[in-house]
Design a protein around this ligand. Structure first.
Ligand SMILES: Nc1ncnc2c1ncn2[C@@H]1O[C@H](COP(=O)(O)OP(=O)(O)OP(=O)(O)O)[C@@H](O)[C@H]1O
Ligand SMILES: [Mg+2]
Length: 389
């Protein structure tokens, strides 16, 4: 149990031979004379027992941030507080933090119970207490029957549970997890995700969890931190980042299938703000207009986004003309893929509507009309920024 304050954390990795200015490819990280700036301006207050998820593409600084919190990586600038105490120069072992790694990092020659009890043994806890704690943890994680096995005699999911067991056995104040499920197959990952939700209810710990996976981010996090190139893009509850993504990058990470985008223009008249979408004029609800006004949104060309669930076939009525390319029957819904003015679009239609009528998927090549409520659309400016406040 602990609250954390991360204040303007920054990490610069000193140059090595291949990170000299301009030589590093693939990432857009800032490279200065001092080195590679892997994380910067990272500020976040984490409440006691909160579950924070860090999400973002490879190389955006997630692991680096965790390692700075754990004390495994020196903090170049900024401050880290745990329960109000400055931790920058505190040894990792004195921070009361545990970390679960993607690779499990179990000791192959030790049995499961010895692996789990190891952190207690290191701290010279007496044998009886170790046995008792290992038993409790094994029950929480449902691995009691494997305690006498060696790691190589376990499945991936079981090994990952042992790694989690070892991390929670001494009841750390903070539990850091770096992509703990990414080595598991999809089915096991789903199962372990639920297990982590249950685990959270059983132990009194603050979590910081790193993932690439947006489903994990959405389902596990009290709040999600979306990162790109070492910078935080947005911090919010799953609902907030879904409903009000700060920019197009966040949109790319949250929501699947991805949001649809159309070209448009933000205009203003005596009635207030309104838009055109692929040439069609559309009015905006008052609430949206107020948010645009609060953000002092400038009149400009925009990218308009609508999630696939909020577009719907409009029948004969006005709407965007779309040419159907593929329909996918997913069971409870149909995904209709097509194009509007040459742009890919996907629409999710429930197979059965609320009155029990079945949706008749359109034929490939057919032209359909798509409509949406402008309450549910997102307006982005030239730099991908959300124009509403
Ligand atoms: N020891 C190091 N020395 C130099 N640069 C490093 C070092 N560790 C990481 N980096 C760089 O810092 C950046 C952030 O790395 P980090 O491992 O934090 O990314 P990540 O978000 O965890 O990525 P992934 O999803 O691939 O694990 C990367 O560009 C990486 O190349
Ligand atoms: Mg990483």
């Amino acid at each position: 149990m602990a609250s954390l304050q991360l204040k303007n954390l920054k990490k610069i990795y000193p140059h090595s031979a291949n990170t000299r200015k301009g030589t590093e490819k693939k990432t857009n990280l800032q490279i200065t004379e001092e080195g590679v700036v892997a994380v910067q301006d990272f500020s976040l207050d984490i409440a006691d027992k909160e579950f924070i998820v860090l999400v973002g593409p490879s190389g955006c600084g997630k692991t680096t941030t965790l390692r700075m919190v754990a004390g495994l990586e020196e903090i170049t600038a900024g401050e880290l507080y745990i329960d109000g105490k400055l931790m920058n120069d505190v040894e990792p072992k004195n921070r009361d933090i545990s970390m679960v790694f993607q690779s499990y990092a179990l000791y192959p020659h030790l049995k499961v119970w010895e692996n789990i009890g190891f952190p207690l043994k290191l701290r010279k806890v007496d044998k009886a207490t170790i046995r008792k704690r290992v038993k409790e943890v094994a029950e929480i994680l449902d691995i009691t029957e494997y305690l006498d096995r060696k790691p190589k005699e376990l499945s991936g999911g079981q090994r990952q549970r042992v790694a989690i067991g070892r991390a929670i056995v001494r009841e750390p104040k903070v539990l850091l997890m770096d992509e703990p499920l990414s080595n598991l197959d999809a089915k096991l990952r789903n199962h372990m995700r639920t297990e982590i939700i249950k685990l959270r209810q059983k132990i009194n710990t603050t979590f910081i969890y790193v993932t690439h996976d947006q489903t994990e981010a959405m389902t596990l996090g009290d709040r999600i931190v979306i990162m790109k190139d070492g910078f935080i893009q947005q911090i919010g509850t799953p609902q907030e980042v879904y409903d009000h993504p700060a920019n197009l990058f966040v949109v790319g990470f949250i929501g699947t299938p991805q949001m649809n985008f159309f070209e448009g223009e933000l205009l203003h008249s005596a009635e207030g703000y309104h838009i055109t979408v692929e040439g069609h004029p559309m009015s905006l609800p008052m609430e949206k207009q107020n948010r645009l006004a609060a953000a002092n949104a400038q009149l400009q060309k925009i990218t308009m986004g609508v999630r696939p669930d909020y577009l719907y076939p409009a029948g004969e009525r006005e709407g965007l003309a779309a040419r159907v390319e593929v329909t996918e029957m997913m069971g409870s819904e149909v995904h209709v893929h097509g194009s509007v003015n040459g742009k890919d679009v996907v629409v999710i239609v429930p197979t059965v509507d609320k009155d029990g009528r079945h949706f008749q998927p359109p034929e490939v090549g057919e032209e359909i009309r798509l409509d949406f409520s402008t309450e549910l659309c997102h307006l982005f400016g030239g730099h991908g920024e959300n124009l509403e406040k």
